[in-house]
Design a protein around this ligand. Structure first.
Ligand SMILES: C/C=C/C(=O)SCCNC(=O)CCNC(=O)[C@H](O)C(C)(C)COP(=O)(O)OP(=O)(O)OC[C@H]1O[C@@H](n2cnc3c(N)ncnc32)[C@H](O)[C@@H]1OP(=O)(O)O
Length: 257
């Protein structure tokens, strides 16, 4: 694999995102994540999964540079749907997935983390959905999952301002389970995974399935509409301006076109 590695020790699988400088979620990385899950799912040895990012960040989101290679509304909707389906699979995965987050989990990076069953964060990590800063919208089900964790009012503020919250705030808002100093996050994730790995795999699987009953028909209608609008918004001039501004490291100037 080129963009991630995974290994197993003491019944715990570790998935390490390995795509410097920001572990941006290119379609190649998402395909490799799918392939890793395909192997982890049937394993009788693996009882829990820890996912983390190598380098400075957990993940800074979808690969903004790759966006310039897609042109049609349908192409963007398909990209969104691919991420939505993968993260839906992760949320329903029969083995618990723990995200160990440091540095930043932004955009698709936070959407990936929100599809995990448990999130441990570093106290200073930045978590947010900054897509509106790019003239686009979240497209990997973040519009539907974030309000479930933090409530509609906080989700509205986070999305509409594009401003991230810290790891400590994420715990306070219910988005993350626990915050630790950065150098302890991974160790704590293994400690937690170790506790869960001792439980009966059948009851863990059943508990995860039952937790997912809190997903409603509205959730699926919401993500369907998200992927339609993700495609529509992407072909606007403002989206081109927002993405170009990021690449050129300047502020975007949106004209409402
Ligand atoms: C459906 C899903 C949609 C989405 O997910 S859209 C993407 C949403 N995410 C974002 O908008 C986050 C964008 N990134 C940032 O805000 C910042 O970056 C960080 C806060 C993560 C880090 O800031 P700093 O420490 O100042 O570093 P730096 O110079 O901005 O970034 C380091 C290198 O990482 C690249 N990078 C960062 N994020 C992405 C990304 N999401 N896609 C592609 N590249 C990214 C930069 O360009 C740069 O690269 P170079 O060193 O070559 O200039």
């Amino acid at each position: 694999m080129e963009y991630l590695k995974w290994s197993v020790e003491d019944s715990i699988a570790t998935i390490t995102l390995q795509r410097p400088p920001a572990n941006a979620l290119s379609s190649g990385l998402l395909r490799e994540l799918t392939a890793a899950l395909d192997e982890i799912e049937p394993s009788r040895e693996i009882r829990a999964v820890v996912i983390h990012g190598e380098g400075r960040f957990f993940s800074a989101g979808a690969d903004i540079k790759e966006f310039t290679t897609v042109s049609s509304s349908e192409g963007f909707s398909n990209l969104g749907k691919f991420g939505q389906d993968l993260f839906d699979r992760m949320e329903k995965f029969p083995k618990p997935i723990i995200a160990a987050i440091h540095g930043a989990a932004l955009g698709g990076g936070l959407e990936l983390a929100m599809s995990c069953h448990i999130r441990l964060v570093s106290e200073t990590a930045k978590l947010g959905l900054p897509e509106l800063q790019l003239g686009i919208i979240p497209g990997f089900a973040g519009t539907q999952r974030l309000p479930k964790y933090v409530g509609t009012a906080r989700a509205a503020e986070m999305m509409l301002t594009s401003e991230p919250i810290t790891g400590l705030e994420a715990v306070q808002y219910g988005l993350a389970n626990h915050a630790y100093p950065e150098n302890e996050v991974l160790e704590q994730a293994y400690k937690l995974a170790g506790k869960i790995a001792k439980k009966s795999p059948g009851s863990v699987k059943a508990a995860i399935e039952l937790l997912n009953y809190s997903k409603t028909k509205e959730f699926y209608e919401g993500v369907k509409r998200e992927s339609e609008l993700f495609g529509e918004v992407f072909v606007s001039k403002d989206a081109k301006e927002g993405i170009q501004a990021f690449i050129e490291k300047r502020e975007p100037h949106f004209k409402g076109e």
